[in-house]
Write a protein that binds this ligand. Sequence first.
Ligand code: CP
Length: 308
Amino acid sequence: MPLSIQHLLGLEGVSKSDITHILDTADSFYEVLQREIKVVPTLRGKTIVNLFYEPSTRTRFSFELAEKRLSGSPLNFSASTSSVKKGESLKDTVRNIAAMKIDMVVVRHGAAGVPYFLTQCTDAVIVNAGDGLHEHPTQSLLDMMTIRRHFGKLEGCKVAIVGDIWHSRVARSNAWGMKTMGMDVTLCGPPTFLPQHPESLGVRVTDNLDDALDGVNVVMMLRVQFERQGTGLFPSIREYRERYGLDRERLSRLPAELIVMHPGPINRGIELASNVADCEQSVVLDQVTNGVAVRMAVLYLLGGGESA
Ligand code: CP
C-alpha cells in the first residue's frame, strides 16, 4: 500500500494511517536487520543523493546505511567539498544533480523550507533530514518507533520533551507526530526556550520541570543548541543544569518504568548527566538502531520499491 504523501517534508499534516504504515514497515525492516544477510533488493537501480549542508553523524550515516541495505545507490554530497564553495546556488546545485537522473534526494539544510523548495526544482522524491528550526520528521518517526517497541503502543503514552525547544526541529516534528498518534505531549524549558504560540502546536507547555515530569512514561531531553543562539537566553550553564537537567537524583524520584530519550548529540553534564545517558532506563542507542529501520521504511515506501 503506498503512502498518501509523495515526499516527506515534515510530520505536520501527515495522517495517522501514513505514520502507522511507516512504523509497521520499519518494524518489518527491524527484523531484516537482525538477519545475518541484512540486504534486500527493494531499491535496486534507484539512486539517492544525500545532500547535507549541515553537519550530521546519526542521520547521515543511517540514511546511507538504509540506502545500502535496500540495495539502492547512494551518492553523498557535502557542501564543504562541493562547488557551493565556489558560490553555486542551492537551485543550480540541485538542478545539476537532478540532470544526472537521480531518483531521491535526502536533504539537510540550515534554512527552513528548503525541502519544499527542492520539490519545485526537481521531479525526484524529497526527504527532509532536518531543515533549520522547522522539522526533522525521520527523527520523530524513529522516536515513536522506539516508544512503540518499548510500550507496545503510542496512544495514551505521556511524554515530556525538555530543553531548548525553540531551536529544536525534533521537538516540532514530535509535537505534530505524537499528537497525531494520540500521545500526551508536554514541552518544557526556560521561558526563553519555549514557543511563543504553543497553541499552534496543540501541546501543553510549561517552564516547570517537576510539573512536566508528573506521570510521564517518556522523558526526552534536548541538546542546548549553543551554535544556533546568541547570548543571554539563560543565565548560566550551572543554573540551566540545576533547573532543567536530568541527573540521577531527579531520575530516582521518577518511576523505574520511565524511559529516557535524547536525539543526540548529547551535551553530557548539561541537559543529561553522563550516568543517566548510560543508565538502564536510557534508550538513546535504541533510537539510533531504530533510525536505520525507519529510514529504510521511508525510502522504500516513497521510492516505490519492490516488496522485500
Ligand atoms: N539526531 C540527529 O539529527 O543527529 P545528527 O545531527 O548527528 O544527524
